[in-house]
Design a protein around this ligand. Sequence first.
Ligand SMILES: [Zn+2]
Length: 155
Amino acid sequence: MEKVFVSRNNTAAIKCPNCANVKMVSVEQLKGKAFIINAKCPCGAVFKVSIDFRRTYRKSINLPAHIQMLARGGGWLAVLVRNISKGGVGLVLPARYGIEVGDELVLQFTLDDRNHTEIERKIVVRLVDDSFLGCEFIGPVQHEQEKALGFYLMP
Ligand SMILES: [Zn+2]
């Protein structure tokens, strides 16, 4: 089931698993809880979507990073990491780069912790809000990176 994040104006980008059509839906009235909703796409597909408002601890940062678009290959693009949590990152792009909800990227950056830990994680885009991307970590994580991030995120 697709899990979607909610943007600052309480809308969620719901992507159809059948035709990849993305629709912005207002979820204001659901605020404060995790919900599963039934979505119906104009293409006829009916599917369930998990909408997650729950906040994990998110640290505001401002670190340079690079992303690579997995599907399109090519070079590394410069971005800024604006926030980080155990579950993912918020990125700001200097340009849109044509990135859409559901795109998978590789993210590389160096934490400003004592060891300057190198982070390299696979992420999936869950939210596109102008030049801001809300992304979720996916795939395996190296134990050392996970441990370093755990320390880094201690409030
Ligand atoms: Zn559809």
